[in-house]
Design a protein around this ligand. Structure first.
Ligand code: SF4
Length: 290
């Protein structure tokens, strides 16, 4: 059985960069506190904790440095940390920083900032913070503000799909062009999601089975499963190597592996090793006995 890996998968460069910044800071300063988990993956959080990166609220009068994850935070969080006198270790992804700056600039210029994305997502919450009381987050299909603002600046959560963002902008224009006097648009989309989806799609066309590694709660991993299924390849969503079932591989000649953006390389490595073991067992079971 041949095992093929997607050309692009797992942690994006923004998350890898934030992890490097945090690990280095913890090594140099002893222990640091991260504002929320770097990714929603318990193994990664545990590994970082062992290296001195603790997740959680900072107790009062605690002088340990505070790390900001790749998703970034709003200015109110930064002000709170600064007020405690703690050092800030900034792991915000540069693409997110750009969104934040743009949101603030537009809000300061008097525009209403519409953020296409999930209002409960950490990145969006942070960007809305930078837009002050001028920011509104809107998901696909959500009602648009009423009355509609005359001066509108539009931005997107970095991981939204380009197609959906473009549909959203078309909808604004279709439904409200007559009310808009000034319109600004900045592309803050990150191509990591679409590149990983394209790589999964390409691989799914070549294999008998796709294994998608990532948290069950990870929207990005679930999208990868959908993309693979659209190509006609049966796709199995697993969290760890322990979830693999030998029966899935019985008639497989080629197996593809991809992983969501919060999956560490080590988890993928364990999955590949387990598939190799299963392949050997199946081969041994098929071999005629002497
Ligand atoms: S913007 Fe892109 S590169 Fe940056 S953290 Fe998000 S997914 Fe990763």
């Amino acid at each position: 059985m041949e095992i093929l890996l997607a050309k692009d998968m797992g942690f994006c460069w923004g998350v890898r960069r934030a992890i490097d910044i945090m690990e280095k800071a913890a090594e140099e300063r002893g222990e640091i506190i991260s504002v929320g988990p770097i990714v929603h993956n318990p193994q990664v959080v545990q590994e970082l904790q062992e290296k001195g990166v603790r997740v959680g609220a900072k107790p009062e009068n605690d002088s340990r440095p505070v790390a900001i994850t790749a998703h970034g935070v709003g200015p109110e969080v930064l002000d709170e940390v600064k007020a405690t006198g703690a050092e800030i270790i900034d792991g915000t992804c540069p693409i997110v920083t750009r969104s934040q700056r743009w949101a603030r600039k537009m809000a300061d210029a008097g525009f209403t900032v519409l953020v296409f994305g999930d209002p409960n997502h950490r990145e969006v919450k942070g960007v809305l913070g930078w837009a002050g009381n001028k920011g509104v987050a809107i998901r696909e299909g959500d009602p648009l503000p009423h009355p509609f603002p005359a001066r509108v600046a539009v931005i997107s959560q970095t991981t939204q799909s380009p197609e959906k963002f473009s549909e959203f902008v078309s909808r604004l224009m279709r439904e409200h062009v007559s009310e808009i006097s000034e319109f600004r648009l900045v592309n803050t989309l990150c191509n990591v999601t679409s590149t990983q989806q394209s790589a999964a799609r390409e691989l799914a066309q070549e294999v008998d089975l796709m294994i998608v590694v990532g948290g069950k709660a990870s929207a990005n991993t679930r999208h990868l499963v959908e993309v693979c299924s659209e190509e006609g390849a049966p796709a199995r969503h697993i969290e760890t190597a322990a979830d693999l079932e030998p029966d899935w591989f019985r008639d497989c000649r080629r197996v593809g592996v991809t992983a969501g953006a919060s999956t560490p390389d080590s988890a993928v490595q364990h999955v590949v090793e387990r598939i190799q073991e299963i392949a050997l067992q199946l081969e041994a079971a098929r071999a005629p006995s002497a």
